[in-house]
Ligand binder design. Sequence first.
Ligand SMILES: [Zn+2]
Length: 355
Amino acid sequence: MKLITLQYRIKDETTGKSLLKMASAVSFVWNYCNEVNYDRWRKFHKTYSAFDLNKKTAGCAKDLGLHSQTVQAIAEEYAKCCKQFKKAKLSWRSRKRSLGWIPFKAVGVKVVNDTITYNGLTFRFWLSRPIEGKIRFGSFAQDAKGHWYVNLVIEDADRGREKTGRQAGIDLGLKTLATLSDGTELNRENLTRSFEKKLAMAQRAGKKKLVKTVHAKIKNRRKDWNHKQTTKLIREYDTIAVGNVSSSKLKKTKMAKSVSDAGWADFKRMLAYKAISLGSEYKEVNESFSTVTCSVCGERSGPNGLSGLRVREWMCKSCGSPHRRDVNAATNILRSINAPFSAQGIVRRRESPLL
Ligand SMILES: [Zn+2]
């Protein structure tokens, strides 16, 4: 079973002094282990096992304000380090200067969405990526700047994928965020718009911290959505083709707000690395003319104005096939893995190559 560690930053306002206090108790237990272990070494030239240390520290958790599983985790980590470094004495953990560290086991915590409850205390963290898989153990840890993080060690659910024999072309858009060649549509609320009022109010009131918080919230929600959707896509399709739409180019147009809200760059980046780790194929193709080309006969027969967002459906003038604009584009994107558009049909009109 592969174990991976996910790290999440805990929101400062929820940490208070409680974590520091517990970290100090952890250091106390660690130092105690260190003391008795070294004492035994001096007298008998033997060290204690995790099992022995567990027995020696049993019952102290409550007095120290720690979860009993945490005390066990400390003893186990201590014994592991002694063995690893072949030492009978490890460095002393200063209760003031050492960076805070509070290990725990899965039974000692409860994780719900972006909150973790430990020892009767609830902390909130930035859910920068979804927690997929079973939590085994973890720790709270502090960095040099004093920020707290929660590390969750989980059983990696990503153990490859089974072939499904399905392929998908994806048209990334503004109205529908992503349309698949099989007609599936992926949508979420426009986050920039949803938080617009709140942001404007905070900005007017000069509440800089709140502005930052709202921006972070938007970013996290977008990231979370991207993670969920891309994982699902990679699991469902053996091959995924996406157009090389340049969001930086579109950002200069009047649709800029929607474009930056879409977050395509992230979406594509996630698809690319998940495809590698899960064993499916991801391709980025030139999507010029994908919108105006008929996916049935290959003629560039799409009507004028297709580049705008208003025309959602059209009929091919050449072969009479009815098309939904985005599904047609996605179908062309999928097809272009094997045959680029430039080889199909004849250019009848000068279309914007981008849309
Ligand atoms: Zn046609």
